[in-house]
Design a protein around this ligand. Sequence first.
Ligand SMILES: Cc1cc2nc3c(=O)[nH]c(=O)nc-3n(C[C@H](O)[C@H](O)[C@H](O)COP(=O)(O)OP(=O)(O)OC[C@H]3O[C@@H](n4cnc5c(N)ncnc54)[C@H](O)[C@@H]3O)c2cc1C
Length: 426
Amino acid sequence: MKVGVVGAGISGLSLVHALAKRDVDVTAFEARETPGGVVQSRRVGEHVLELGPQRLRLTPGLESIVDDLGLGNRLEFGDDDQPIYVYHDGELKVAPLSVREAVTTDLLGPLGKLRILLEPLTDPQQPDETVDDFLVRKFGQQAARRYLGPLYSGLYGTDPRDMLVEYSLGRVLEKAGIDGSVLLWVARKLREGRESPPMCTFEDGLGELTDGLYEAHADAISLGTPVEAIREREDGYELRTADGSEYVDDVVLTTPAPTCADLLAPIDADLEATLRRFNYNPIGMVFLESSFDGTGIGTLIPPGSDAQISGLTWNASFLDRDGIFTCYVDQLGYPALTEATDEELGKVGAAEFERITGAPATPIHVHRWEPGMPAYDRSWRATDDLALPDGVHLCTNFVDRPGIPGRIRSANRLADELAGEPTPAE
Ligand SMILES: Cc1cc2nc3c(=O)[nH]c(=O)nc-3n(C[C@H](O)[C@H](O)[C@H](O)COP(=O)(O)OP(=O)(O)OC[C@H]3O[C@@H](n4cnc5c(N)ncnc54)[C@H](O)[C@@H]3O)c2cc1C
């Protein structure tokens, strides 16, 4: 049995790792000269910048890889106790994510806070309900629109009114085992003293993880080698690259939907058409240096706010990364994103940072992600029509959870399936 993997981002790399651990023969191709995909850490001057994800949760799946790679001594832990702020009515207000914050925050009025307590009496998700409708119905308008909606949708750059709960938040709740009241689930978790896994990164950034995975399996991964075509054969698949052909029994694509569509078009025209329906949102990242000394994890900026950026991560504070703040720009807040120059994006980021925090900032780097984040908007109805030929698999952030721990879980699950091993209960 031989498995071919297209892409060496965290999905492809953790799949190669998981298959190798199960003694399955695997070969992977990565288009770029560097592994990691969206996970990219850069040194600019003395600063470590994260061009993609800023930090991770040290879930058991991630911890096991860290142990396998001997990276435990490189881990750095973030301060989970710091607050997340919401930019509301021209001010920074604490998002109530703990009981103490719920009591003390002035983000919500007294009625807004009381309304949250009615959630256990509300009905479960309804067909065709949007994330916004669902959150407003369950928690009231204040909590839904001021922080719960933006907290969930911010990373995707999609308005919660355009996300169907069934294809987005509903799946997250289902995977977390929440089929009734969210509030009672949280209360149970608190009572049992169950804490979320700690937030972490590595001394030189998250790229240490993907570089470590690559180095451990370098003989099975060809960098700078895009898969140009996939062809079906009687007994498997042929992966064509500029270097020649690789013959495999099963093929796993880990790339964004448009690339999956290009590669699978010759095999199945209906599948190609389905894959082209998934929307993505481009994201601009502006890295700022500032002496702002606020304590926090970051700032949520709800859609419809007058700010042109969609959020901030305060790396300087919760990760102790000297003077560094990451600013996100999407097309909801800044429609000219794709036409703007890097200089313009830098200026927008710095100006909005100053308006929000009151402190000046200097842009030190700009990065763009295209196609960007899966939008998880109404186009995700396409999921219902995804039918893959035998031997073709998707291990991607548009069919399963996009966070790194979720990507590692998907890779482990698929490795079990390909190796014919039963998947342990999560
Ligand atoms: C700005 C941003 C911030 C994020 N923040 C967080 C966070 O804080 N925490 C978190 O857990 N998650 C975060 N995420 C989500 C997470 O980083 C991504 O979902 C995840 O890294 C995607 O990994 P992947 O391997 O599935 O895809 P990718 O990283 O996109 O990897 C796909 C790979 O395929 C390669 N490829 C493309 N075409 C071909 C081809 N023809 N042949 C061979 N290779 C090809 C690409 O070069 C790429 O390396 C963030 C995402 C973004 C964009």
